[in-house]
Design a protein around this ligand. Sequence first.
Ligand SMILES: O=C(O)[C@H](O)[C@@H](O)[C@H](O)[C@H](O)COP(=O)(O)O
Length: 223
Amino acid sequence: MELIEYPDRDLLSLGLADRLTADLAEALRLNERASFSVPGGTTPGPVFDLLSEQALDWDRVSVVLNDERWVPEDSPRSNTGLLRKRLLVSKASAATLIPLYAPAAQPEDKIAELAEGLVPHLPLSVVLLGMGADMHTASLFPGADNLEAALAEDAPPLMAMRAEGAGEPRITLTAPVLKGALSLHILITGAEKRAALERAQHLSATQAPVRAVLGQAVVHWAE
Ligand SMILES: O=C(O)[C@H](O)[C@@H](O)[C@H](O)[C@H](O)COP(=O)(O)O
């Protein structure tokens, strides 16, 4: 694991947006298309604002969430809604969104269809992940019903996930898909998550799911 500490959150957003832009540009130099996976939640908005203004061949980029809460797109809890407002605007509006949600009662009803849309875009070129203070990443939550299966080397690319701390049912990219990325970054802020990151390094992936990707990750942190 490589850890980059920034003096404040603004400099973190700028530095991380630059790094992601460079990684995507490099992926586009080597291949016709690039795939970019991003987190939802409350932390990445400012990075999305900066990224959306970057001069990249966004029409050759496919964007997919790390995970989605099983709620309609107009819910304030929808990560897809966040992407449409903060990332897929301005220059980045030319990117293609690979959906992780389709209207249905539960993720299991749509998972085959959504996986079919995702698989042609694998391996992922660039992955940005968030992390919770409970050491979850994507929707790989400690104690989640499908955690062991999603951490397995032979996991399918997408799995449904339910966990106490997760709120509604989720759908998530699994560990092998995240680990298969050509470049992998984690965005965390604040002392509580920094302490959780330190703890995760001494735990198993079952106890601290973020551990599954730490080995190859660059972690970007600011207070
Ligand atoms: O849907 C989600 O919740 C995310 O994709 C999730 O994995 C997120 O990155 C962490 O929970 C951190 O969330 P915050 O940035 O809100 O702390």
